[in-house]
Design a binder for this molecule. Structure first.
Ligand SMILES: Cc1ncc(COP(=O)(O)OP(=O)(O)O)c(N)n1
Ligand SMILES: Cc1ncsc1CCOP(=O)(O)O
Length: 525
């Protein structure tokens, strides 16, 4: 197994932000100390490329040491603020924080019900039931109000004490407490494990024991279609006032930017990690989080755990001998024969139909031919045959991870390429330390039905930054018109199906892409 490292460019992310800022409303209370509440929400939303509007639900007198007084605003004033925003500044996402009065919650439920019937809006709620300094915001009537609000919330983000209050079952395992919230109408729940971290690896038991010395913080996500946990290194900064507000605002911002829920959660967790690291003292108590912009470094990404036992490998997969470069993805030995003399950076055999016998024959022939020309051949899906016949590498999708024997691929010294379709899958792929990560689809494609939306080059650049030293390959809808902008992101390889295989002359098309690649790489190095 070779260990030659590839010179990788550190691309400057183009940022996933455009000049048009999606609007997010924050319904929350003002924190006179500036570290939490509306103030933290606005800083976060702006930092992540959104425009924050505020609906003040209450005013607090607090500093870094204590919350001394809280005054709810009147229902009339709530209504006036919401009316003012509705016509002129409609929300993409509504973030709800501290609600200080049970009557106001019941009024809000009716209002939200109507608003959601008329507008495509997502609602993220952080049920602030007690301040971090110990001030109890609510009692039974407020809790009942929150429970009645649950069916109108797309994601609720309680910490463990808040979950215990909402479920009224503090001693039950987390999953049981969440099931109670789901029975009341919760669609998705993110339980923040930062407070009590008797962090059992199955994530399902909460003894309530405080173990602030535990090296990891874990958050647990539950929805109808997906459950997973996110694990991050515990940062022992004293300056963590407002973390819940920043997390829920960050999730709202990423949702408003068009990310699906699991991607928004992973990016928000990365943002929190970065924000805690940038925390700073304000007064003589716990200070505020820093706001350091779009997450663009892999070390802030959480470790994702979905399965029992978790997917793991003991060491990195074999590294590529050089960057992937121009990377045709083809489905026949015939096409391989046409392209190999042009020596593409890599090539992939991706056969989706045919008998087992024909497929094995094709794989054997392809491996022999690629060796003859000294071209690195990846086999899509058929990892056992790739091992058996000595391919250079294997390319797998995330669903293939459920059945593939990663240790066997690694032990055989084969390189592993993994697909990803967004930050959640990217984080999951990175923790397996593959030889490269494919990022796609970048543009609309007719070649394959995709469950996700095209990412575009801005997100491609952001993902490349998150991958750090792991080589990246862009795929999906890349043709002659789009090739240059893809190369400019600093990606290490460009995989293409139709732009090469459906060209009048596939070999001429490959030749031209190779020339452009050399020019672009020389220019951007
Ligand atoms: C380089 C490269 N990137 C992505 C894919 C897609 O692989 P996968 O997710 O396994 O989907 P199928 O190719 O099996 O449809 C790829 N093949 N190559
Ligand atoms: C296999 C695959 N995986 C993500 S997009 C894609 C198809 C890419 O094909 P094309 O280059 O023709 O758009």
């Amino acid at each position: 197994m070779q260990a030659k490292s590839i010179p990788l460019q550190a691309p400057c992310p183009l940022h996933a932000m455009s000049t048009a800022r999606p609007i997010v409303w924050s319904l929350a209370a003002s924190d006179s100390g500036g570290g939490a509440g509306l103030q933290a929400d606005l800083l976060t939303l702006h930092d992540l490329g959104c425009h924050g509007c505020t609906v003040v639900t209450g005013i607090t007198a607090q500093n870094s040491l204590a919350l001394e007084r809280l005054e709810p605003v009147s229902i009339e004033m709530l209504q006036a603020q919401l009316n003012a925003l509705t016509d002129d500044l409609p929300a993409t996402v509504i973030k709800i924080g501290m609600l200080a009065d049970a009557n106001a919650i019941h009024w809000l439920i009716n209002w939200l019900k109507q608003y959601k019937e008329q507008h495509a809006v997502q609602v993220v709620a952080d049920p602030v039931l007690a301040s971090s300094s110990g001030y109890q915001v609510g009692h039974d009537a407020l809790l009942d109000g929150w429970r009645a609000l649950l069916p109108f919330i797309d994601l609720i983000t309680p910490n463990l004490p808040e979950l215990a209050q909402l479920s009224a079952r503090p001693d039950a395992p987390i999953a049981e407490q969440v099931a109670l919230l789901q029975a009341l109408g919760s669609q998705a729940v993110l339980v923040k494990g930062g407070h009590a971290t008797d962090s059992h690896d199955d994530g399902l038991v909460c003894s309530g024991a405080i173990m602030q010395s535990h090296p990891e913080v874990a958050d647990y996500f539950f929805s109808d279609s997906l459950n997973f946990s996110m694990h991050s290194k515990r940062l022992n900064s004293p300056h963590q006032h407002g973390t819940g507000c920043v997390l829920s605002s960050a999730i709202s911002a990423f949702l408003a930017q068009g990310y699906v829920m699991e991607d928004a959660l992973v990016l928000a967790r990365a943002y929190i990690q970065q924000s805690i690291a940038a925390g700073y003292a304000t007064g003589s108590g716990p200070g505020a989080l820093g706001h350091d912009g779009w997450p663009c470094s892999g070390h802030v990404l959480p470790r994702i755990q979905m399965e029992q036992p978790p997917l793991a490998v003991s060491s990195p997969f074999a590294v590529l001998s050089s960057e992937p470069g121009v990377y045709p993805v083809i489905d026949s030995v015939d096409m391989l024969q046409q392209l190999l003399p042009l020596k593409p950076g890599c090539i992939q055999l991706r056969i989706k139909t045919g008998s087992d016998g024909d497929i094995e024959l094709a794989i054997m022939e392809a491996i022999a031919l690629a060796k003859k020309y000294g071209v690195r051949l990846f086999i899509n899906d058929y990892w056992q045959l790739a091992i058996e016949h000595g391919a250079y590498g294997v390319h797998l999708g995330q669903q293939d991870l459920e059945t593939a024997d990663l240790s066997a691929i690694q032990a055989a010294g084969l390189r592993l390429g993994l697909s990803s379709h967004g930050p959640f899958e990217l984080a999951r792929a990175l923790q397996l330390q593959p030889s490269y990560i494919a990022l796609g689809h970048i543009f609309p494609t007719d070649t394959k039905q995709m469950p996700s939306k095209p990412q575009g080059v801005k997100r491609l650049a952001d993902s490349i930054a998150l991958c750090g030293g792991t080589p990246t390959v862009a795929i999906g809808g890349i043709d002659h018109h789009r090739f240059a902008q893809v190369c400019q992101t600093g990606v290490h390889g460009v995989a293409m199906v139709s732009a090469i295989t459906r060209a009048n002359s596939p070999s001429e098309a490959l030749h031209s892409f190779k020339q452009q690649w050399e020019q672009q790489r020389a220019y951007h190095r």
